[in-house]
Design a protein around this ligand. Structure first.
Ligand code: SF4
Length: 243
């Protein structure tokens, strides 16, 4: 389907899709795009919920992850568990330059001096490359996580990367996510129980302190809140578009 036609279809469905539950959103994604849609996951608790819901809709769903080479051992362990539990092979996407090469070319600890450049090299470019193979991607973002995510629609056209973006749990709260995880006995990253509500690279993630918001442990001390993957404009018709 041509890009313009797809954009029109998304526009037509967008408002109705806001009433769909995550399972229905994923069913639409799999029926519409088949093998050309994949779930992007960093295996946080939201990502685990989306993967588990997807597994109930279709057995051979695709999951990819941006492996920056700087992830926590707990995250790598969870990835192994995901592959075993759901019988899938996670597609691991790496930067074009290794961690060693990055240090040689850009100097030590680029993430402390220029985290945007580090994220571009290790997350944004690899994501762009991966999305080039797809017609749609699924994320596990929630609207109340950051200001940048507040306008996310359940189904939207991703202008930044030029494909359909699907956010099945955009309207869920953290409480709903945890309720789902407990009720369905879904494995999760043990760091969540050690005050890491949001988990990224080891260099840029710390535990949160009492009273801090859930993403305060990401790029702590910097104004940065996103890797650059989910900067979103409000969607016409979504509740947040009028706020
Ligand atoms: S989160 Fe930190 S270490 Fe990971 S890619 Fe971004 S800046 Fe680099």
């Amino acid at each position: 389907m041509k890009e313009e036609v797809m954009k029109e279809e998304v526009k037509t469905l967008q408002i109705a899709a806001e009433t769909w539950n995550p399972e229905r959103v994923l069913r639409w994604a799999f029926d519409t795009f088949g093998a050309a849609v994949a779930i992007s996951s960093a295996f946080g608790v939201e990502g685990m919920a989306v993967i588990d819901i997807a597994a109930g809709v279709r057995k051979d769903f695709r999951v990819f992850t941006l492996d920056t080479e700087f992830l926590f051992p707990e995250t790598y362990n969870l990835m192994d568990q995901v592959e075993q539990r759901y019988g899938i092979a996670i597609e691991r996407v790496y930067s074009l330059i290794s961690a060693e090469e990055q240090e040689r070319v850009h100097g030590q600890a680029l993430w402390t001096r220029n985290p945007d450049e580090c994220c571009d090299l290790r997350k944004v470019e690899p994501l762009r490359r991966k999305l080039g193979e797809l017609r749609a991607w699924v994320t596990s973002i929630r609207r109340d996580q950051t200001a940048e995510r507040a306008g996310a629609g359940k189904i939207e056209w991703d202008e930044k990367f030029g494909l359909v973006k699907i956010n099945p749990i955009a309207d869920w709260s953290s409480k709903q996510v945890w309720q789902y995880i407990r009720e369905h006995d879904v494995p999760f990253n043990p760091l969540h129980e050690r005050n890491f509500p949001s988990i990224g690279c080891t260099h840029c993630t710390r535990a949160v302190r009492p009273g801090e918001d859930d993403r305060a442990g990401r790029w702590a001390g910097l104004s940065k809140t996103e890797c650059g993957l989910h900067i979103i404009q409000p969607v016409a018709g979504s509740p947040e578009a009028d706020a």
